[in-house]
Design a protein around this ligand. Structure first.
Ligand code: SF4
Ligand code: SF4
Length: 444
């Protein structure tokens, strides 16, 4: 394709976003909320600057290549700018649609496109993810070292420069993803029939979080259904420019959960929940799929939304522990959920919840960002770890597997004794559940 033809196509694709792009009044109130702007102090790496770049392409004043592509790639997609914006600019929508166009219009070298597609497939199937993690951790297995996976190789495949260092893991992942029972009855009187998203990362890297989720829901009176046939929610695809594939994944999950006839659909991963609540945006305006997706999303809940209320009548045992809470971006900014996880933790007797400075500042994990932009990801991780250490907490709780894995790795690299847990693991302990994680909580 010639450069001028490509430029016209870019202009046409982004022109569809004009109504949203012009909503930005350039006030700059989002700048200090943006982690990449705070680190780099450059307008082009701010929300306002990126919107300006998108608009320049839409109006034919700039080409979607070189530095424009770079500044869009450095964006975390954390949506902190949406929270800060008084004009309600839908930055996440703008970024996702622009990224979809970037991938579809072949703006990257062939080897990079193939690598990205391959990794999307690997990360979004539990079986291939388990296999990949097995091989990634093979060197540390053979050398009898603590479990770690070399982030550099993945980074290079994704188009990064590969200097992000190793990912420190809690234990060696199993070759076989851990599956949940298809049906777990409610203990006592049934209050709700809950459908649970099993996820792709959870069965491989955090099976204990899934097991704790089922135990807690059941003990609090929920019948838990894990419908067969469900798959990846599509979050990684949406955030990385593969909107069409994400739409196919959404249709599959919608069919599976509709057939299971649940009162609510519960998700224990912030990124997945945020995507599933926004499935409608994957389909064209006025299409029947969009309408169906909107009806589906009404039932989707983060685990904290369901548990916070049910815990009020529960018989909880004391957990003597000082905990701080990190707001996962797709929970705080994507789903606007901040109080429920804190309410959940505060309900536990003996537990002391302490504030985390910059609790909703991205940790740098951001899906596959830690592989594609390792420099920025590590800068943000170090900032997060320093903030966690400053609280004096023994545990940092966070409701997203990417954050949990990345922060855990950062804490280990810094030699910190703070443990990173999902809030549901702590609730499970208060309900006398058994945990299987090496980094699992213990009651003092
Ligand atoms: S999504 Fe996050 S990194 Fe990107 S512009 Fe908004 S605040 Fe900055
Ligand atoms: S706060 Fe909103 S309107 Fe103001 S510059 Fe940022 S995106 Fe634009």
């Amino acid at each position: 394709m010639t450069e001028s033809r490509k430029g016209r196509d870019d202009q046409t694709a982004l022109a569809r976003l004009t109504d949203e792009l012009v909503e930005c009044i350039h006030c700059g109130l989002c700048l200090e909320a943006c982690p990449t702007y705070v680190e780099l102090n450059r307008e082009e790496d701010s929300p306002r600057g990126r919107i300006y770049l998108m608009r320049s392409v839409a109006e034919g004043r700039a080409a979607l290549d070189g530095s424009v592509l770079h500044h869009l790639d450095v964006c975390l997609g954390c949506r902190a700018c949406e929270t800060a914006c008084p004009s309600d600019v839908k930055y996440g929508f703008l970024l996702e649609h622009t990224r979809t166009h970037i991938e579809e219009a072949s703006h990257r070298p062939v080897w990079q496109r193939l690598g990205r597609r391959l990794l999307m497939e690997v990360f979004t199937h539990s079986a291939t993810m388990a296999l990949a993690m097995f091989f990634a951790t093979l060197p540390s297995r053979l050398l009898r070292r603590p479990p770690s996976a070399p982030g550099g190789i993945v980074s290079r495949i994704m188009g990064g420069h590969g200097d992000g260092g190793d990912l420190r893991l809690e234990r060696f992942p199993s070759l076989r993803p851990s599956r949940l029972p298809r049906l777990t009855p409610a203990a006592g009187e049934k209050k709700l029939r809950v459908g649970l998203l099993e996820g792709c990362v959870m069965p491989v890297l955090f099976p204990e979080v899934n097991l704790a989720t089922v135990r807690v829901l059941s003990k609090l009176g929920c019948e838990v259904v894990v419908p067969p046939g469900q798959g990846c929610c599509g979050a990684l695809h949406v955030h990385n420019g593969y909107g069409r594939q994400a739409a196919r994944m959404a249709l599959r999950n919608m069919a599976v959960f509709e057939a299971a006839q649940c009162d609510v659909i519960v998700v224990n991963s912030a990124g997945c929940g945020s995507t599933m609540k926004e499935y409608a945006g994957l389909f064209p305006e006025g299409s029947p799929e969009r309408e169906r997706a909107a009806a589906f999303s009404v039932k989707v809940r983060d685990i904290s939304e369901v548990i916070a209320g049910l815990l009020e009548q529960a018989d909880l045992k004391p957990v003597e522990m000082t905990v701080t809470y990190h707001d996962a971006c797709h929970l705080a900014h994507g789903q606007k959920i901040r109080s429920e996880p804190r309410r959940m933790l505060s309900a536990i007797p003996g537990l002391k919840l302490v504030d985390l400075p910059e609790s909703d500042h991205c940790c740098g994990s951001a899906g596959v960002y830690s592989f594609t932009q390792p420099d920025m990801a590590v800068r943000l991780l170090k900032r997060k770890v320093a903030n966690i250490e400053s609280t004096g907490a023994e545990v940092v709780a966070t409701g997203n597997p990417g954050c949990q894995m990345w922060i855990r790795s950062g804490l280990k690299l810094e030699g910190s004794s703070v443990r990173a847990l999902h809030p549901i693991e702590i609730v499970d302990l208060a309900l006398d559940g058994a945990t299987t994680s090496g980094d699992s909580p213990s009651r003092h």
